[in-house]
Ligand binder design. Structure first.
Ligand code: ATP
Length: 458
């Protein structure tokens, strides 16, 4: 119960500070759609930039791509999404509420790992456990049936089956269909990673928990192609790499775990899947990042579907084969939510409560706030502000008591406050206050840029 209360508090805090707004709010909103405000978009951009640096730019084997959202429908036929990208849903016959069968079971029993269960098996579990509708408490459900999660739309003026297209439910397929293009144009060798950041769409049956499960979200996906014999080595490499990335972001270790999928939970083509899970405040554990060894399944499917060879010719052995693929896939919103939930803290300072977002300085939306001690010092302080803004996201605030201004910055997660006082006019130095320790040091203005650069590194 306490956890749920905290989550509401965090959500309200993020709405009040301009991280996230209700989508289409002035029209009464659109269910489960969210807009990202000035701080939110900055945090999101920083997360994406950081992922790109760590997964593409600093990786000699990896390259990036930006593929189209709308693709030839045959892509989805080959990938299996048209036939199989479905969740099992049940309706309450009494109040007509609709639920994802696996989530209904997970939330009302101790049973987990329901991936791959047939509709009959899910019906049986719901009946034998006498699961009740969370909305009206009745136990009268329809049988479980499959619901395809892809959004369908039409291109051109005719709304017929020939012109139907789908909003992509993942970015990965845009990578698979460009595998041969990338090999040809970059002349890269295996192992080769191709990464992409972009919007994905899923018509989720039960979206919710704020931005945890939404219908429109962004993914950061890497498809890492290897020789078949080296796949498990690389699989383990990427599981560790992703986990260490999250730790380096400062996320508390006790809130993280790696959950390996059991044999009966694995997709039929997967040789191994691990989820990095976070203890989101609204649940015990929720998926942040999925890392899967997808074998040669996807390239084989597209080779069969397109009738174009997607084989790799090994230049050293002259062997021809379809590479195996390791996929670390993470949602931007899930990472965003984890960072803010983990960083949200309330502390008592001199008998006053302070709310602080302890987020890693490298991704903080505002790196520093420039605060003149009094308005008389604004002109001099503005010079520092305009100079720093060329390289950093900074804010200027001259109104209110200095303590209040510190709190305002703590609330939005600004790691450094730079105060310009009367001494600054004489000694050319400013006071820099650090968000988490609240310690203050004196720094020459000429060294501020170097200081911030060092302190805001990942
Ligand atoms: P779930 O079991 O939670 O529905 P999934 O296993 O279907 O997730 P994947 O298909 O593996 O998810 O997607 C990769 C990543 O994309 C997930 O780990 C998650 O971070 C993100 N993601 C997936 N679906 C959503 C969604 N509806 N809203 C926000 N992020 C999502």
């Amino acid at each position: 119960m306490e956890k749920i209360k905290n989550f509401e508090e965090i959500v309200n805090h993020l709405k009040a500070t301009g991280y996230v707004y209700q989508g289409s709010e002035i029209y009464g909103g659109l269910q489960n759609s969210w807009d990202f405000g000035p701080l939110g978009v900055s945090l999101k951009n920083n997360i994406k930039q950081l992922w790109w640096n760590e997964f593409i730019k600093k990786q000699p084997n990896n390259v990036g791509i930006d593929s189209a959202i709308l693709m030839n429908p045959n892509v989805w036929k080959s990938s299996g999404h048209l036939g199989g990208f479905a969740d099992m849903m049940v309706d309450c016959k009494n109040c007509q509420s609709r639920f994802r069968a696996d989530k209904l079971i997970e939330e009302n029993t101790s049973i987990t790992q329901l991936d791959g269960k047939s509709s009959e098996e899910l019906d049986e579990i719901i009946k034998t456990n006498n699961i009740k509708c969370p909305k009206c408490n009745s136990n009268n459900f329809t049988n479980a049936r499959a619901f395809n999660l892809m959004f369908k739309t039409f291109i051109g003026t005719l709304e017929d089956s020939k012109s139907s297209v789908y909003l992509r439910p993942e970015t990965a397929q845009g990578i698979f269909v460009n595998f041969a293009n990338i090999l040809r144009t970059t002349r890269k060798k295996l192992p080769l990673g191709i990464g992409q950041i972009g919007k994905s769409f899923r018509n989720e049956i039960t979206p919710g928990n704020f931005i945890f499960r939404v219908r429109e979200f962004e993914q950061m996906e890497l498809e890492f192609f290897t020789h078949p014999g080296e796949d498990m080595k690389w699989y383990q490499y990427w599981v560790d790499y992703c986990y260490n990335f999250v730790l380096k972001l400062g996320i508390k270790k006790e809130n993280l775990r790696i959950r390996q999928h059991s044999e009966d939970e694995l997709s039929f083509y997967s040789k191994g899947t691990s989820d990095i899970e976070y203890a989101y405040p609204f649940t015990s554990w929720g998926e942040l990042w999925g890392i899967a060894n997808r074998t040669d399944y996807d390239l084989k499917q597209h080779q069969d579907g397109s009738k174009k060879s997607l084989e790799y010719l090994d230049p050293y052995t002259n062997e021809k084969f379809i590479p195996y693929c390791i996929e670390p896939s993470v949602g931007v919103e899930r990472m965003f939510l984890m960072i803010l939930c983990d960083g949200y803290e309330k502390e008592m300072v001199n008998d006053e409560e302070r709310i602080v977002l302890k987020i890693h300085p490298s991704i903080a939306p505002i790196k520093a706030a420039i605060l003149p001690l009094t308005k008389k010092l604004s002109d001099e302080s503005l010079k520092i502000y305009h100079d720093l803004m060329q390289e950093f996201d900074v804010e200027f605030d001259e109104s209110g008591a200095i303590g209040k201004r510190y709190r305002r910055q703590d609330m939005i997660g600004t790691p450094y406050c730079i105060t310009f006082d009367f001494d600054s006019l004489q000694d050319g130095a400013v006071t820099v206050r650090e968000r988490d320790t609240m310690q203050q040091i004196r720094i020459p203005i000429s060294e501020l840029k170097e200081y911030l650069k060092t302190k805001t590194k990942f």
